[in-house]
Structure formats: structure tokens, C-alpha cells
Design a binder for this molecule. Structure first.
Ligand code: SF4
Length: 280
């Protein structure tokens, strides 16, 4: 289908996590012509960067084209630390602009394979496996790496001219680990360090795991705090008065962001369904 629709091989999107490792392996075994791509988020742990480098080197030696994509925002190369001041709010569970900018761009115009899987739910059993183009914005899955009941084996995005195949959509965590062990697939060394998920250091989706991440990688904590400082500077220049709340300084933003000690008067980011904008 990739060759038919796009005249180009399938693209396996490799995040550096265990689900991507399984996808890489099953696509390789299928014999389907393919390439592998990784989006450098700039907030990945060094272990992820070295792991990807090693896996890509091995794949290239067998003739598979591998590419690492650098993130761009408004036509300029960016990083997590530049994006936060540019967006003027920290990334949160409901404002995951970082994934959209740092991870999403590089599969546009291609037929891609991702390792997303269904969230644990029985609802999924009533759903089919093929999703045609989403009719409303509300029903659209925006991010490639969202595990969600609504995900399908095959998906399409007309806007980005992208087709998606999620071949392990119905695999459980146990299935993934059993396959990895049985087939001796090398995985990111972060799992051996006790990480349950692999993503950016400090990702809000990691919940309380973030405390451990920042203890292991304190440089990233400092980088977030510096980015929050820049963010507050820009907000002040634009006349926003953060002095009465938890955002009075970068440390305050960091504590708020880590969801520590909710206090009366602290900012709560909310999503307005009507306008599809964040407010607080
Ligand atoms: S993995 Fe988390 S922190 Fe990284 S880009 Fe995606 S949402 Fe943002």
C-alpha cells in the first residue's frame, strides 16, 4: 500500500521505546521495503540517543535507510527548551504541544508504522480496525504516539497526507515483553534501569516517574527551570502578571508543573471545548 499510494517504502517511526522495537522487528521480518525514522526530541535521555544510534547503524548495514529528524518550529530549528518560552506555557497533559512539534512532523506525506496500542478497555472490542478520515476535529487522534481506545489498525490523515498502520494495536504489555524476550530483541537500556516508559525526561505523561528521572538526570531539571525563566520573562514583557500565583518565579513554575502541593489561587490549565483553546 505504501508503494501503491506514495511510491515510497513504508516508514517505521522509532521512538526508542519497546513498542517501536517490536514494530521494527516485525516489519523487518515481513520483508516489506521500509525505512526507519526517529524524531530527536532534544529531551530524550542519553541512553535513548545512543540506543537509536546503535540500532540505526545495524539496520543501515543491512541496507535499510535510517534517518534522525531534528525538530523545527515556525521554520527554525528548535528544542524543548526554546519551545517552552515560545509557547509561553509549560507542556502539560492537556497541552502537549511538544509532541506535536518535536515528534509529529516527520511522517507527513508517507505511509507510516507506529507502535501505538489500545489502552486497556473493553470498549475497543466493539470498534473495527479501520478508521477512514475523521469527520470532526473532536474525533481526530492528533498525535502519532497516543495510546487510546479509539486507535485503529489502519488510520489516515488527509491534512498531513499520511496513512498509519499500527500493527501491534491489540498487544498487551505482556505480549510485548514476551515477544522481546523470546526473540531477543535489544531494547533501550532505560528499561533495565527500572523505567516503565521511555519518552522525554520530564514528560508530564510519566506521572510520578518524573521525580526519579530528575534525580537521575539533574541537568534536564535545570534546563526546564531555565526554560521556565525565559517563559516568565516573555510573559512579563507581554504584560502578564504572574507575581501573585505559583508562577512568581521559575522554581514556582517547576513545582506547579510537578503537581506539588496544590495551593489556593494556583493556576489550573483547562481546555475550552468550544474554542479549543487553553485557559486558566
Ligand atoms: S514524549 Fe512527552 S515531553 Fe516528549 S514531546 Fe511527547 S508529550 Fe512532550
Amino acid at each position: 500500500m505504501a508503494l501503491l499510494h506514495y511510491g515510497k517504502p513504508l516508514v517505521v517511526m522509532d521512538s526508542g521505546g519497546k513498542d517501536s522495537a517490536v514494530c521494527r522487528e516485525i516489519v523487518r521480518r515481513s520483508g516489506v521495503p521500509h525505512e526507519i525514522r526517529h524524531s530527536l526530541t532534544t529531551a530524550d535521555a542519553p541512553q535513548t540517543v545512543y540506543y537509536i544510534r546503535g540500532q540505526f547503524k545495524q539496520a543501515e548495514e543491512t541496507g535499510i535507510r535510517c534517518e534522525v529528524f531534528f525538530p523545527y518550529y515556525k521554520g527554525q530549528r528548535t528544542t524543548m527548551w526554546r519551545l517552552i518560552p515560545a509557547k509561553k506555557i509549560p507542556p502539560t497533559r492537556i497541552a502537549r504541544y511538544c509532541c506535536e512539534v518535536l515528534k509529529e512532523g516527520n511522517g507527513n506525506g508517507r505511509f507510516i508504522v507506529t507502535g501505538v496500542r489500545w489502552a486497556e478497555s473493553y470498549k475497543r472490542k466493539q470498534r473495527g480496525i479501520y478508521e477512514s478520515f475523521a469527520k470532526t476535529k473532536k474525533n481526530k487522534i492528533i498525535l502519532n504516539n497516543d495510546n487510546d481506545d479509539r486507535r485503529m489498525l489502519f488510520e489516515s490523515c488527509r491534512l498531513k497526507s499520511k496513512h498509519v498502520c499500527n500493527p501491534i494495536i491489540d498487544w498487551t504489555d505482556r505480549d510485548v515483553w514476551e515477544y522481546i524476550r523470546a526473540e531477543k530483541i535489544p531494547v533501550n537500556p532505560l528499561y533495565d534501569m527500572g523505567f516503565l516508559r521511555v519518552g522525554c525526561i520530564g514528560c508530564t505523561m510519566a506521572g510520578k516517574q518524573r521525580y526519579r528521572e530528575f534525580a537521575l538526570f539533574p541537568t534536564y531539571k535545570r534546563a526546564y527551570i531555565r526554560a521556565f525563566e525565559q517563559m516568565l520573562l516573555i510573559r512579563r514583557q507581554e504584560g502578564k502578571d504572574d507575581s501573585p500565583g505559583r508562577w512568581k518565579d521559575a522554581q514556582g513554575v517547576f513545582h506547579w508543573w510537578m503537581e506539588e502541593d496544590p495551593m489556593p489561587g494556583q493556576y489550573e490549565l483547562l481546555w475550552d471545548e468550544e474554542t479549543e483553546e487553553l485557559y486558566y
